[in-house]
Design a protein around this ligand. Sequence first.
Ligand SMILES: [Zn+2]
Length: 326
Amino acid sequence: MQFGDFAGNEPIKRQLAAEIDAGHFPHALLLEGAAGTGRRTLARQIARAALCRSGEHPARPCGVCAACQKSAHPDLTELGGDGTALSVDTIRRLREDAFLLPNESAYRVVILAEAQTMTPQAQNALLKILEEPPAYLLFILTCDKRTSLLETIRSRCVCLALSPVEWDLAAPVLAARLPRVPEEELRRAHSLFGGCIGQVIDGVSDGTFRQVLELVPRMAAAVVAPSELELLRLTGPLEKEKQLTAGVLAGLMLVFRDALIHKYGGATALSTAPEAARQLAARLTGARLTALMEQVEQLQNALTRNMNNTLLLTRLCACLRQGAGM
Ligand SMILES: [Zn+2]
């Protein structure tokens, strides 16, 4: 199997290539990973490999056959990942169609993106197909954490966990996708978004990264300001922007971590605000900086649990001021 420009995750690629090159497409595959780790990209690449007409499995997807040339393949169904939940009705319709033969290919492939948005009822409807799937039907599910799916679903899937990609492997992909952005900026964005290539591409393209660069040093300074009003004021732009909130939390985490490293004599410039990190190192004890990192981690967890953003921002101000002992 060919993986195109899908970077990193070598153990997963080896496992998939071994199975697919031997002609064994898993009937149900679950790709687990944080946003931006390439779950959907990989799901589509595997679907293309299954639908490809090349007789040579290691060459799939070949990119030149009639199936590979199609922009929309009649044997590929892609559902979910559009911000709405996968409903039980959607899954029931899939079940009604499960025994329809493929139109052109040897397989029919169904991608269910953000499978964790399925209610237990929808998951149980899916389970009925996964229990006795026709030989030509392949499911590729993506999710953030496999534990957000029923055990009965997980046990019927080959589960693969995608990891963030280190800079050396991510750099060529990012340079190709964002050719006008200087390498240093890409490197900082890669660090901020924790190696999740999709998040780097989105964050740099839609301006979130720039806003984070602007906000984080000011927020880091406001954490130890005499009054909490400045910090409250700076959270204003985050009110309606969950992605920006996630970016700012990641940025603050890097600043607090760098401040801690700086405090103990280490040199680092990973954070998006080295000067703010130096100032915090001078102002706060190591225990306070560690407490701040713990507070940010809790806020990040609350964000992934879909806590109401306004509530989260109020907590952000209180928690950070408290962590800093203000
Ligand atoms: Zn092909």
